[in-house]
Design a protein around this ligand. Structure first.
Ligand SMILES: *Cc1c(COP(=O)(O)O)cnc(C)c1O
Length: 217
């Protein structure tokens, strides 16, 4: 079941689009089944649970943080994750850089864009993104690789399209600034209901949970 879903989704995605399996609430057995079918990137929302899974899974997969990360968990996150997709402050970037220094590691990060400009939600307001990336670019042991967005919650993927479009435009705008120590190459947008629309709007990384593992209970 999980295996078939992975194979079907992988076959459908264009070559340049990377699949992140969103595994919150899933068991190690479920995640292992996905890995055996070819899933190469595990996305988790919670540091503690990701760590538990990380210790159970020895396959050479990549681990991406896709949930909100607090600065006080940067040290643990630095040890587990290969990318943080949800950076939204200079404070968190500094904490990650500091945590990565003794590990001799440079953490690739995406800036999470609050594309719906919803005040109660995480992420950087679009207008503030270029300035924040310029500040992060002067830090060592972290490197901005692109943008991530969720967009406002909706059942209708077409309602997400304007937010994906807007985030892609911001991505292109920031890339054109040629900021040092910054590589605008990854645009992470789209989930189970919306990944097709996101890819049409320029996503090259999609985060899929339900379509791989079934409904969360
Ligand atoms: C859960 C989650 C997803 C995947 O959602 P599905 O609708 O289950 O595909 C993607 N991105 C983030 C940040 C998530 O928390």
């Amino acid at each position: 079941m999980i295996k078939d879903n992975i194979i079907r989704i992988q076959a459908e995605l264009p070559k340049a689009v990377q699949l992140v399996g969103a595994v919150k609430t899933r068991t190690a057995e479920e995640v292992l089944e996905a890995i055996e079918a070819g899933l190469g990137i595990i996305g988790h929302n919670y540091v503690q649970e990701a760590e538990r899974l990380f210790n159970l899974i020895s396959q050479p997969v990549k681990w991406h943080m896709i949930g909100h990360l607090q600065s006080n968990k940067a040290k643990k996150a630095a040890a587990i994750f290969d990318m943080i997709e949800t950076v939204d402050s200079l404070k968190l970037s500094k904490a990650l850089g500091k945590a990565c220094t003794p590990l001799n590691k440079t953490m690739p990060v995406l800036l999470e864009i609050n594309s719906g400009e919803e005040h109660q939600k995480a992420g950087v307001m679009p207008d503030n993104a270029p300035r924040l990336i310029e500040k992060i670019s002067s830090l060592s042991n972290v490197k901005v690789m692109g943008l991530m967005t969720m967009g406002p919650f909706t059942d209708d993927p077409e309602e997400s399209r304007p937010y994906f479009k807007k985030t892609k435009a911001l991505f292109d705008e920031i890339r054109a600034l040629n900021i040092e120590n910054t590589e605008m190459s990854i645009l992470s947008m789209g989930m189970s209901d919306s990944y097709r629309v996101a890819i049409e709007e320029g996503a090259n990384m999609v985060r899929i949970g339900t379509k791989i593992f079934g409904e969360r209970v």
